[in-house]
Design a protein around this ligand. Structure first.
Ligand SMILES: *Cc1c(COP(=O)(O)O)cnc(C)c1O
Length: 413
């Protein structure tokens, strides 16, 4: 099979309709949608019996790697509408030094920082932009803490779609810069991500753009779902016991839970599903609070703060879906503070040689805390998600220098 077979071969597709995740009301596929009439996310539904009859594990394993190999479980109808920047299968990297220190089974990090634009936002936006192309949309807009905007800019430019992007004023320079450089028009806004979201929503009619905010269109979640499909296949269709996911809008957690349900339905996996753990920062932990109090919707978190910008989301439109996945799976939600995140980032880089993003480091800190609290046992097989390349974030300064013209005391170096 040629290297680009996933991008060049027509394959059967199985989308039947969209469904309101809250009321269950059906909506037609193949037309433009944002939220349902109830103001809730729409989920893509497939003829899974059809997929079961058509797709085999062997056929799948013969295809080139990357998310487009899962075409039968994706919404894009025509191969010509695929938009790709080379989405690799992201590796599972073990942390032996951490395992030794904790006396636990080696946790695996799924390192999503290897994807185009350096974060797993590429998965969601590849699908959202491909579907925008398929549905004839020519202008898109979104609020972002950085990584989603970069992915949207890149994929939209590649598809010939114009993108306008709004980010909080304190978004790291590198993110604002990469967004603009990849062809979007980007604005810094004096507010948080949900304030930016309000601008996108309010300008829809006048500016004529399509809103691709997290879960406000149905397809980003299908892209994020491929994390679950890929993880299952990588592990020989045997899922881990526990998954730690740094949760902002929650697309990835919801998407993976959807992936596991679909894989079970088509007979690719059997038995117990992983416990899903929503990891948040203690400066912005609406899901942790909602999980503790047992409510279905989480009130907005006021004065949200954490340097892990990707999980600084005060209110999520898919809150009930995050909480449902956590509860159905027997998982939990856990908050870690910025000091613990920083320490985990530092230690993982120094001891295991893996540079995580702060959000990824939050999962390491949460895993340690969960072990200490007895929420997870040392024998359980754990997967942690590193969502972006650590290189996209401001790094600590180094002040050590050496004067080559002065005598050098080599023994002290
Ligand atoms: C967006 C983002 C998250 C949160 O992902 P969701 O699926 O929206 O919860 C976590 N980490 C990083 C680096 C991100 O960019």
């Amino acid at each position: 099979m040629s290297f680009d077979a996933n991008l060049a071969t027509e394959r059967p597709t199985f989308v039947t309709h969209l469904e309101c995740a809250y009321t269950g009301k059906a909506y037609p596929a193949d037309t433009v949608h944002n939220l349902s009439e109830a103001g809730k996310p729409l989920l893509v539904r497939y003829d899974l019996d059809g997929v079961r009859r058509t797709l085999t594990k062997d056929a799948l394993s013969a295809r080139p790697s990357g998310l487009w190999r899962y075409r039968e479980l994706l919404p894009v109808r025509r191969t010509a509408n695929i938009v790709s920047l080379g989405e690799v299968e992201t590796p599972l990297v073990s942390l032996p030094a951490l395992a030794k220190r904790l006396g636990a089974a080696p946790a695996l990090v799924k390192d999503e920082g290897r994807l185009p634009t350096g974060s797993f936002k590429a998965r969601g936006l590849a699908l959202a932009v491909a579907m925008a192309k398929e549905l004839g949309i020519s202008r898109v807009a979104m609020p972002t803490n950085g990584n989603a905007g970069a992915a949207l800019a890149a994929y939209a430019s590649r598809a010939g779609i114009r993108s306008t992007i709004f980010c909080p004023a304190d978004t790291p320079e590198v993110n604002v810069s990469e967004i603009e450089l990849q062809g979007a028009t980007v604005y810094r806004v004096n507010g948080l991500i949900d304030d930016c979201g309000k601008i996108v929503g309010a300008g829809k009619t006048e500016a004529g753009w399509f809103d691709v905010s997290t879960l406000k269109e149905p397809y980003r979640i299908e892209g994020k779902k491929t994390m679950g499909l890929e993880l299952a296949e990588q592990l020989g269709w045997k899922l881990p016991d526990v998954i730690f996911y740094p949760t902002g809008g929650g697309t990835g957690l919801i998407g993976m839970w959807k992936a596991f349900a679909e894989l079970r339905e088509i007979g690719f996996i059997t038995g117990k599903l992983p416990r899903m753990v929503a990891v948040q920062a203690s400066g912005c932990a609406p899901m942790v609070e909602a999980w503790k109090t047992g409510v279905e919707h989480a009130p907005r978190w006021e004065n949200a703060h954490t340097f892990a910008a990707g999980i600084r989301v005060p209110q999520a439109v898919g809150d009930f879906l995050i909480l449902r996945a956590v509860r159905e799976s027997g998982g939990f939600a856990i908050a870690v503070d910025d000091d613990a995140i920083r320490a985990a980032l530092d230690r993982t880089a120094k001891d295991d040689g893996l540079l995580l993003c702060p959000e990824g480091a939050a999962t390491v800190a949460a895993y340690e805390q969960a072990l200490a609290d007895g929420l997870v046992s040392a024998a359980e097989r754990v997967v942690l998600f590193n969502c972006a390349s650590g290189l996209k974030y401001p790094l600590p300064p180094v002040t050590r220098s050496l004067d080559r013209l002065a005598p050098i005391d080599y023994a002290s170096l």
